[in-house]
Design a protein around this ligand. Structure first.
Ligand SMILES: Nc1ncnc2c1ncn2[C@@H]1O[C@H](COP(=O)(O)OP(=O)(O)O)[C@@H](O)[C@H]1O
Ligand SMILES: [Mg+2]
Length: 321
C-alpha cells in the first residue's frame, strides 16, 4: 500500500515556485529520503504533507487521506520532527513527553509509561527531570524525536534530523530510526547529507530547485554511473581556486570539488595520475594523495544534478534545536 502519494505537488510563494509539480510515492514500511541542498524545497514539501503549508496545485494523500481535507485524521497517524523543536524550554524532558501524550489523548498512565520507555530508548533517562533548555543540542533533537513518537505513529516525518548536532547523537538517532523502520514504521526524512541518505534510505529522491530529478534506491542510482572511474585528488591547498583552470585543462573528464582540498575526477576512461601531478606541480601546488574510489551516491548525485557535492556539505547555521 502507498503510505504517501504526491501528484503534481506545487507550492508557489507569491510567484516564487518553491516546489514545482513533484510526483512520488512512499510505500508502507519504506525508509524514504528527500535529498537536496539548502533551498531545494525539502522543508516546503514536508510542510505541505503535514498540513503546515497549503499546496498551490496538485494533490497529496497520506494513508489514502487527502492532505487538504483530512488533516485531523492524518495527524493521528503521523509523527513530525520539524527542523526547529516545538518543545517547551521550561518543562523537563519527562514533562514535555507527557504533555505531548496528553495532546494525543493518551491516558495519564499510558503517557507516563511511554515517556519513561522513550527516555530510556534514547538514552535520556539521566536527564529525565532536567529542563529542556538545559539539554545539549543533540539531547534536544533526541527528545524532539521521542516526543513525535509518543502516540506510536505509523509514519514519521523528519526534517534534517541529524543536522548540526554532535556525532554521537547522530549515530544514536540513525540507529533509532533504523530500528523503528525495522519495526514497521514508515520513515520520510529530508537531508542534505548524501552519505546519510545512502546509508539509511531504501529509496531516495534527489531534489534540486523545487524539482525531483531522480528517485530510486541508492544502489540503482549508483548503478547508472557504475562504469565511471572516480579518482580523488587531494592537494596541499584549497581546491576551489584551481577548479576552472583544471576543468579547462582536462576537458574530457568531469571534475568537481568534494572537500576543502579534494577534487573528484570522473571519467569513463581509466585515469592516469601523472598529468594531474604535473599540472599541479607547474602551479606550485603539491598533489598529496590520489586514490581511486568506487562510485557512490555522491558520484551519482553530482552526475544527475550537475551540482558540486561540496555544495551539499555547507552546514546551515541553526538556532535553538
Ligand atoms: N514562507 C516562504 N515565503 C517565501 N519563500 C519561501 C518560504 N519558505 C521557503 N521559501 C523559499 O522556498 C525555497 C525552498 O525552501 P525550503 O523548502 O525551506 O528548502 P530546503 O528545506 O530544501 O532548504 C527557498 O528558496 C526558500 O527561500
Ligand atoms: Mg529545510
Amino acid at each position: 500500500m502507498s503510505m504517501i502519494e504526491s501528484c503534481g505537488l506545487t507550492k508557489d510563494y507569491d510567484g516564487f515556485v518553491a516546489v514545482r509539480g513533484i510526483d512520488f510515492t512512499v510505500d508502507s514500511g519504506e525508509f524514504f529520503g528527500l535529498l537536496g541542498p539548502n533551498g531545494a524545497g525539502k522543508t516546503t514539501t514536508i510542510n505541505i504533507l503535514i498540513g503546515l503549508a497549503r499546496l498551490s496545485q496538485g494533490r497529496a494523500r497520506i494513508a489514502g487521506l487527502d492532505v487538504g481535507e483530512d488533516m485531523v485524521r492524518i495527524k493521528a497517524q503521523i509523527g513530525v520532527v520539524a527542523d526547529e523543536s516545538n518543545l517547551y524550554d521550561e518543562l523537563s524532558g519527562y514533562d514535555n513527553l507527557c504533555f505531548c501524550g496528553s495532546l494525543y489523548g493518551l491516558s495519564p498512565r499510558l503517557r507516563q509509561q511511554r515517556a519513561d520507555k522513550l527516555l530510556d530508548e534514547f538514552g535520556l533517562s539521566p536527564a529525565r527531570d532536567k529542563k529542556f533548555r538545559a539539554y545539549s543540542r543533540g539531547m534536544k533533537r533526541k527528545l524532539t524525536i521521542a516526543a513525535a513518537l509518543i502516540h506510536e505513529p505509523s509514519l514519521l516525518f523528519l526534517d534534517e534530523p541529524t543536522s548540526g548536532i554532535d556525532v554521537e547523537s547522530v549515530r544514536q538517532i540513525r540507529r533509532m530510526l533504523q530500528s523503528l523502520n525495522n519495526d514497521g514504521v514508515t520513515i520520510f526524512l529530508t537531508t542534505h547529507y548524501i552519505e546519510e541518505a545512502e546509508r539509511l534510505c531504501d529509496r531516495v529522491a534527489l531534489m534540486v530547485k523545487g524539482e525531483i530529478v531522480a528517485t530510486d534506491s541508492p544502489a540503482r542510482l549508483i548503478e547508472a554511473c557504475q562504469h565511471d572511474n572516480v579518482l580523488q585528488l587531494t592537494v596541499d591547498q584549497a581546491a576551489a581556486p584551481f577548479l576552472p583552470a583544471l576543468s579547462q585543462a582536462f576537458p574530457s573528464v568531469h571534475i568537481s570539488e568534494v572537500a576543502e582540498a579534494t577534487f573528484a575526477v570522473t571519467s569513463e576512461e581509466i585515469l592516469d595520475i601523472a598529468p594531474f601531478a604535473l599540472w599541479f606541480g607547474e602551479r606550485c601546488a603539491r598533489l598529496l594523495e590520489a586514490r581511486l574510489v568506487k562510485p557512490s551516491l555522491e558520484t551519482a548525485f553530482v552526475m544527475l544534478t550537475n551540482l558540486d557535492a561540496k555544495s551539499m556539505k555547507k552546514e546551515k547555521e541553526k538556532k535553538g534545536t
